[in-house]
Design a protein around this ligand. Structure first.
Ligand SMILES: Nc1nc2c(ncn2[C@@H]2O[C@H](COP(=O)(O)OP(=O)(O)OP(=O)(O)O)[C@@H](O)[C@H]2O)c(=O)[nH]1
Ligand SMILES: [Mg+2]
Length: 479
């Protein structure tokens, strides 16, 4: 795509800063900048008509000048990038000016009055995509990187930005494309090429399904990484829930007393747990009560369980599980919210040893445990000494990432990508049925085409204007 207009916008954060960057991109980016920029070396690099022959990837020191009045606006450094090796794939100039909102507005206004149009949200990145500099997964990774709140998020976004996620999809796409070509050749030239054995087809379908299913499993972790994992701490009154919340937050957010029923309302706070954005929810302890206010709090605990991605059932290590936990365990069993169990106050009860099996037996219910049995030793924690909190953080991390190697898989699928991945998987499952039923091989082409189309849409090889608009709508102006 060659855009015929040149866009400009402030690309650094709005507001006061030491420096700011105004970006200009498009066919006339250098010409327009030249009209408002008086570079110290500019004259040396002008042709006979006075046109600025700026050298690519070079920084020019100079002044921004209001053309009408000749008034100097700011002392800046303009970096020129010539197409095609630029962020957008077009001629691009980055004007590094002083970070005053007055200066940046003035420079942007000058550019807009000299032939630029104000860039739309994400338009620089959109142009990079349309010019084939990046695929759609990389464009989405740009947004993920910009909005990342933890180190883990930004590392993962950077991996996808380098194109690793798109490459994984392209590998599957390539083998399915080869399969389709081979099947077609076999049908068109039965004598020369011959039909591909069904076992070979089944093998390729199976490995493609396996890979796509593995990638799709990353989407749940991706959601936790992008929007945060909701973790509700639940248990009977006085189990130590609020103390744990405060310890994880490293500040005294919730009231702690030795009076059972201290916490009345659910309290939510964000916290970084091993690089994961987690929304901690401290809840009112559940028990039979005639106190109206306490009962409202308990109703809110039940609601928190329903909304949580993960619950931590905290059992007082001094007493172990008992009748007091009955109601809450029943609720957890009913909701099937993933559960981690921890025994609290290990400083007072170092010998506590209840396992998940003991708890299942005691209550005769089957809970939906967050981790596999092997990874789920009974956690013993103390909010007083901090013992066991690292193990608790690891357990939360293992649950959120499902132990999957998101880095190696190139990132995690977002909602859009996951839906397309599921569509590709459904088409491949249909193809498998066709193979198993021993139907003629030409029956496979519709299903293979269906999965290829879905995969193409993930990387953006084939997308509608509507999808592009939707992807870039979440960006900010200047990116
Ligand atoms: N020694 C020791 N005491 C603890 C620990 N955790 C909590 N406590 C004490 O246990 C009592 C209850 O703690 P909270 O954190 O308020 O318990 P809770 O589960 O929030 O109770 P409710 O809000 O009533 O449901 C307080 O006296 C805490 O100081 C711990 O790890 N070790
Ligand atoms: Mg409390």
């Amino acid at each position: 795509m060659i855009a015929n207009d040149t866009i400009a916008a402030l690309s650094s954060a709005p507001g006061l800063g030491a420096i700011a960057i105004v970006r200009v991109s498009g066919p006339d980016a250098i010409g327009i900048t030249a009209r408002i920029f008086n570079a110290k070396q500019k004259n040396l690099e002008s042709d006979s008509q006075g046109k600025w022959n700026a050298v690519s990837h070079k920084a020019y020191v100079g002044q921004i000048i209001e053309p009408a009045s000749g008034e100097a606006i700011d002392e800046v450094v303009a970096i020129v990038y010539r197409a095609p090796h630029t962020y957008t794939g077009e001629d691009l100039v980055e004007i590094n000016c002083h970070g005053s909102p007055v200066v940046t507005r003035k420079i942007t206004d000058l550019l807009l009055n000299t032939g630029c149009r104000l860039a739309q949200k994400g338009e620089f990145t959109k142009r990079a995509f349309l010019n084939g500099r990046i695929d759609l997964t990389q464009a989405e990774a740009v947004l993920d990187l910009l909005t990342s709140k933890t180190e883990r998020q930004s590392r993962l976004a950077l991996t996808a930005l380098k194109g690793a996620l798109g490459d994984e999809i392209k590998l599957v796409r390539k083998s399915l494309m080869q399969l389709m070509t081979r099947i077609t050749a076999g049908i068109d030239f039965p004598e020369e090429v011959g039909e591909l054995p069904f076992d070979d087809i089944a093998g390729i379908l199976e490995s493609s399904i396996e890979k796509l299913a593995e990638l799709d499993r990353t989407s749940r972790s991706g959601r936790y990484l992008r929007t945060g994992l909701k973790l509700a701490i639940v248990g009977r009154p006085n189990a130590g829930k609020s103390s744990l919340m405060n310890k994880l937050l490293k500040f005294e957010r919730a009231i702690v007393t030795d009076i059972p029923g201290t916490t009345r309302d659910s309290i939510e706070e964000p916290v970084d747990i091993n690089g994961l954005p987690v929304i901690l929810i401290d809840t009112a302890g559940v028990r039979d009560t005639k106190d109206t206010v306490e009962q409202i709090g308990i109703d809110r605990t039940i609601k928190a369980i329903a909304e949580a991605d993960l619950t931590l059932l905290l059992i007082d290590g001094q007493t172990g599980p008992g009748d007091d936990e009955k109601e809450i365990v029943a609720e957890l069993a009913k909701r099937q919210t993933p559960v981690l169990i921890a025994l609290s106050k290990s400083d007072l009860a170092p010998e506590a040893r209840w396992t998940r099996a003991d708890i299942q037996k005691q209550f005769g219910t089957s809970l939906h445990f967050a981790l596999a049995e092997s990874a789920d030793e009974p956690l013993k924690i103390s909010s007083t000494t901090g013992d066991g909190l690292d193990s608790l953080r690891s357990a939360i991390e293992i649950f959120a990432t499902q132990g999957s190697h998101l880095q190696e898989l190139g990132g995690s699928l977002n909602e859009r990508q996951s839906q397309l991945c599921k569509r590709a998987l459904a088409s491949l499952a249909d193809a498998q049925k066709t193979v198993r039923a021993g139907l003629p091989q030409d029956c496979l082409s519709t299903d293979l085409r269906g999965s290829l189309d879905a995969l193409d849409e993930i990387a953006g090889d084939v997308v509608t204007e509507e999808i592009i608009t939707e992807v870039f709508a979440n960006f900010c102006i200047g990116k």
